[in-house]
Design a protein around this ligand. Structure first.
Ligand SMILES: [Zn+2]
Length: 353
């Protein structure tokens, strides 16, 4: 079926099919859900990549009550996660984890800090907020409020902290970045104000409402029979790094259309069947990686010289070696990236294709 696009299995996924799938998929850095007791957990059944798995209740009802939000920021059970220049406060001992602190430090913050943004409630209904303290010149005083903590690069920290915390990190980092980049109304240029705990900005002059953006990216492993396509972008030329083809979705485009367009643009290959695998939030700054397998129906690669340094076919055996870091002259993404799992699922025949 040339034009079909199936979500997960060709059928609607059932608990049985997803359980079965769990049993033969690797669990290295991919946490599979252990129980199926409610909808939130069902959401996490197939693949939960790093930067997904956020278990907070995002409190849609509460965040629409501005007075309640103000009160919650100052509650004794409230926890805040400061970010300095988009780097979260992370504790390293006894275990690596996000370093939440109380609200007392807010009194000393400069006004341009922008105020805490509501992330949601944990299982005990403790409110959690993120706050951008980039306006603080020396953040070491705030870092010292948590023991053994410092501001760290979010990508590096994400592989060390627990899975669900990497999802919280993604939510918080993308939201704080959006506020720092969208302070002014794009309609009239006036400074807008944050509402709903950070999920909306409204212009006091023209009343325009602005919402946080997420940029969808199609990322796909192109395959045909026993071979697949990996490419090297111009940014990586003269390296040994190869990965899946990928590109931002255009407006007015379905996912399978975006996949086919990107593959044609970057590799000159025609794609038939497109199958969804999984998705990964990528908070640098606010992408959503939509992972697919794409079956090529032509063979000749014509790489786009404006974007790609190289695009090549690899055999399944070569890819298996690359996954073990044993293919000479070729490195592929590690388990932090969805590309690794798209490649692995195809190489070991666990993809829904
Ligand atoms: Zn305006």
């Amino acid at each position: 079926m040339l034009n079909s696009f199936s979500v997960s299995n060709a059928d609607t996924p059932t608990i049985e099919s997803l359980t079965e799938r769990k049993s033969h998929e690797s669990t290295d850095t991919v946490a599979c859900c252990e129980s199926f007791t409610n909808y939130r957990e069902l959401n996490h059944l197939s693949y939960t990549h790093i930067f997904a798995g956020n278990s907070f209740d995002r409190g849609d009802h509460e965040r629409r009550d501005e007075e309640l939000l103000k009160k919650m920021i100052r509650q004794d059970n409230t926890k805040l996660l400061p970010f300095h220049k988009l780097q979260p406060l992370v504790r390293r001992s006894p275990e690596a984890e996000l370093a939440w602190i109380g609200h007392d430090f807010l009194d000393g913050l400069p006004e341009e800090a922008g105020g805490p943004k509501f992330l949601g409630f944990d299982a005990d209904r403790n409110p959690h907020f993120a706050v951008d303290i980039s306006a603080v010149e020396d953040p070491s005083g705030i870092a010292s409020l948590a023991s053994d903590a410092s501001f760290e690069d979010g990508r590096a920290a994400a592989t060390d902290i627990p899975q669900d915390q990497s999802g919280i990190l993604a939510q918080a980092r993308s939201n704080l970045n959006w506020h720092s980049q969208h302070r002014f109304c794009s309609v009239c240029g006036n400074e807008s104000q944050s509402f709903r705990g950070g999920l909306m900005r409204q212009c006091p002059k023209c009343s325009s409402q602005h919402f946080p953006r997420t940029d969808p990216v199609a990322i796909m492993l192109v395959y045909k029979g026993d071979k697949c396509v990996l490419g090297q972008t111009l940014a990586r030329q003269n390296s040994t790094f190869y990965s899946c083809l990928a590109g931002f979705m255009d407006q007015g485009e379905a996912i399978e259309e975006g996949v086919r367009r990107e593959v044609m643009e970057e590799a000159g290959l025609k794609v038939g069947n497109v199958t969804y695998h999984s998705s990964q939030p990528w908070p640098f700054p606010s992408s959503l990686m939509i992972g697919c397998h794409a079956e090529a129906i032509s063979d000749e690669i014509v790489a786009d010289p404006g974007e790609m340094a190289a695009v090549r076919w690899f055999t399944k055996d070569e890819v298996k070696l690359a996954l073990e870091d044993k293919l000479e002259g070729v490195n592929i993404p590690g388990p932090i990236a969805i590309a690794h799992h798209l490649i692995k699922a195809w190489a070991y025949d666990t993809a829904n294709i």
